[in-house]
Design a protein around this ligand. Structure first.
Ligand code: SF4
Length: 332
């Protein structure tokens, strides 16, 4: 089948439905409970990796993306554990091979390789070796600063991003104390501060926790007199490591300009059955076909580009309503 090269900025990969956790409001579990547990074969994942990662032969990829993120879920004790390990190992070995090729043959770097994981404990359950090719690990729970060194033992060149849910961050500061959290923040490269969202298109985003949690971030701002600590070099302001939820920024931008987010334009999510959405939180809609081959995945991703899921996203209207009610200058 002839397929024009598909270009994207970011592609997220959700390999299975089998995460052992059952987190409240998980989009993956929601989608599975609504549409079933069918999963594409392991071999199709290897095709996806081969196509997106391996470019020894030059420019012949079908999918050309600037960033790939693999979700590394909590391993269950069931037989699904093996498939999840195999997919993760396959991803990392393609990434390592591409790294070696790039360095041996002088190719330019075209893609960033990321992984998301819930905790260091979850990471340790996978049988990974030292891998210097991964660019970023996003982790949702850090008990202490030492855990960051465990991640770096596996992935010495990866930046560490701390993915915090707005309500949970304020709770962590309260329960563990500011110095404990400071030690963590000093050792991560960034902190992604997330809005707890309802599935895309539904109501129920937790704007309250998002805005109330901002007070906790302010605790990490240096007071003006401490910004240089009497030294020539400024003391790093830990609050500057925070990156705010992209959907919130997109919603604000939409209210000012009428331009929506990049889901379906340059960002896509491949689900365990090979179906594709633009929005990673779009668990309540089903598009495309179950993938029995890599070509089916290509059809699904091409089809996803013909939609614009943001048109039913409720974050912009929810944020506007919340700002008006609370008299915030967020979207005006
Ligand atoms: S459509 Fe865009 S803004 Fe809305 S939840 Fe999805 S990614 Fe976020």
């Amino acid at each position: 089948m002839k397929f024009d090269k598909f270009k994207a900025n970011a592609i997220f990969l959700q390999p299975t439905w089998s995460c052992a956790k059952n987190c409240n409001g998980c989009y993956v579990k929601e989608k599975e409970s609504k549409f079933g547990s069918e999963e594409m074969d392991y071999s199709i994942w290897t095709w996806i990796f081969q196509d997106m990662i391996q470019y020894r032969a030059g420019n012949n990829r079908n999918i050309d993306t600037k960033q790939i993120t693999l979700a590394l879920d909590t391993l269950p004790k069931t037989s699904a554990r093996h498939k999840m390990q195999e997919i993760a190992n396959s991803y990392l070995s393609y990434v390592a091979e591409e790294y070696d090729d790039r360095h041996d043959l002088g190719f330019e770097k075209r893609t960033e390789y990321h992984m998301t994981v819930n905790s260091v404990h979850d990471l340790e359950q996978y049988d990974f070796y030292h891998n210097k090719a991964l660019d970023l690990v996003s982790i949702s729970h850090l008990n202490n600063a030492d855990e960051i060194y465990t991640i770096k033992d596996y992935f010495p060149n990866a930046k560490i991003n701390y993915n915090v849910m707005s309500g949970d961050f304020a709770k962590q500061v309260k329960s563990k104390g500011i110095d404990h959290v400071k030690a963590i923040l000093r050792n991560v490269d960034s902190v992604y501060y997330l809005l707890h969202k309802a599935p895309m298109g539904l109501e129920g985003h937790d704007f309250n926790a998002f805005f109330e949690g901002l007070a906790a971030i302010n605790l990490f701002k240096n007071p003006p007199q401490q910004q240089t600590d009497g030294q020539a070099c400024p003391v790093p302001d830990l609050a500057s490591k925070f990156i705010f939820d992209g959907c919130m920024n997109d919603a604000k931008y939409f209210s000012k300009t009428g331009y929506g987010c990049s889901a379906n334009v340059s960002r896509f999510q491949i689900w365990p059955d090979g179906r594709v959405t633009g929005c990673a939180y779009n668990s309540h809609n089903q598009y495309g076909k179950f993938a029995e081959s890599f070509d089916d995945v290509l059809d699904n991703i091409r089809d996803a580009k013909t939609r614009y899921e943001f048109s039913t996203c409720t974050i912009p209207s929810g944020l506007k309503e919340y700002s008006t009610k609370k008299h915030l200058q967020v979207v005006t």
